[in-house]
Design a protein around this ligand. Sequence first.
Ligand code: FEO
Ligand code: CA
Ligand code: CA
Ligand code: CA
Length: 575
Amino acid sequence: ASHGRGRRGLLGFKAVPAGTADKVTVPDGYTADVLIPWGTPLHSRGPQWKKDASNTAAEQAQQIGMNHDGMHFFPLRGGHEGLLVLNHEYVDQALLFPDGDAVMTKEKVDKALAAHGVSVVKVAQVKGRWQRVDSRYNRRVTGSTPVTFSGPVHAAHPALQARNRPMGTLNNCSSGATPWGTYLACEENWNSYFGTTDTSWKPSPELARYGVNAAGGGYKWHTADSRFDLAVNPNETNRFGWVVEIDPFNPHHTPVKRTALGRVKHESATVTESRGRVVVYTGDDQDGEYVYKFVGSAPWRQLRALGKSPLDHGTLYVAKFNDDGSGTWLPLTFGTGPLTKANGWKDQADVLLRTRQAADAVGATKLDRPEWVAVHPGNKDVYLTLTNGSGWDNKANPRKPNPYGHIIRWREKHGDNTATSFEWDIFLLAGDPAYDPKVTLAPEDVFGSPDGLGFDPGGRLWIETDVSNSSQNLASKGYDNIGNNQMLAADPRTGEVRRFLVGPRGCEITGFTMTPDGRTLFVNVQHPGEATTAWGTPTPADPRAVSNWPDFDPAGRPRSATLVIRKKDGGVIGT
Ligand code: FEO
Ligand code: CA
Ligand code: CA
Ligand code: CA
């Protein structure tokens, strides 16, 4: 195999050092500008951001949401302008309300819902700088926007009937984009929004498998809005855990939850195509969960010509990684293998509503928190971040425990992404060789907890990290040389890794999209100032004490935002 010997390396920038400063650092010769922080009005005449967080729910619904995550740039006019579509994963209620969330009210729940979801904003280069511009396309999809369902768990399915009409998308972590110009928003930790004070309520095995419980995940919405009360409105949970398709070029489009892609805590929905068919890879981000792929039943153009969605017709598979480096995609198809009536499965809708249990039944391989998937633009190899985890008894998770994470990759049989078998290897182990001699990263390029992942058109693999509070027990040792969360680039031919960006304190770096010419890179800074002990920063009572990025206003608060990264000479990013 060629390892690029004699060829020029893909990475042309000077590495930036690890750091703990409350700022964004990019290599010499690059700029990083802040775009659309939380609270930015969608339209120039819209409600202005109030730094004391006193904007109402109705105002928030006309502003950029909180906690930017997955993102895609849809070019217009040759890519000098376009629609930037991005997720708002969750809300930090201590920052969202002037008086915090000790007491929840319906207005507060409505504001929290309005700060979730997706933003569609037109951006354009104005006098050489990317800016938000007014457009009829600018819109928000929130936790309250009317939605519909398609695929085997269709809108009229009994499991989807509830007190309120179907609305909203929540915990939109990573994302994807289709070849027909739509955006896919994933629903990740949707279980955390539900709860009940009814002590007679007990979770079904299906809900327990998704982590739904009476206490909820801390949002307390059920105390002020019966929509989220498990005992009062039980079917509302069935409306979450899906991949949601949004048409950014139709501001009146009703988002569609594409149920054939399964119901898990979806991380990315990475789309590629092979033999004309659509292939969608998606991780289920929880320790010990699985990675999935959906393969269309026919070429996507053919299905669309018949008025059918390519995301409604196909087969959902889950991955089995064998210790000998081979792998198999196991179909989650009603009537196949153990998924039969005799074993208690009713139909394909039942399989999809209980995707995790179906994957358990077929014998899928447990992984250390499967997050983003990226497909190499040339050879179609598939790369998956396993952010960190407890380690499982298989070679796909070679450390036990695994506080730093790794990147696994596979080549589908004959390079055909629709294939049902593959060969895999470990692309790299993250971490610090000072703590784990198996790590081959250079000491100046150490990192941990890879999460975001994407290829640029030139074949550079971009890695974004999320050492988060939820992983701090795992990460409490061995992160002291790693600093704030960051972004790195890797050359997949040589395995070389180089640090490209370091974020402000307490943030994660996420979201990855470029203009088609590769000369503008958009990434997101999520939750700057999140109180963290992972790398020795004391946990303050007030998370704002850690970071006040990007405004640095003592009376303000940290805000998630998009970064626009350019090379000062206008060149291709990474070269
Ligand atoms: Fe929302 Fe799995 O990160
Ligand atoms: Ca993530
Ligand atoms: Ca993460
Ligand atoms: Ca996050």
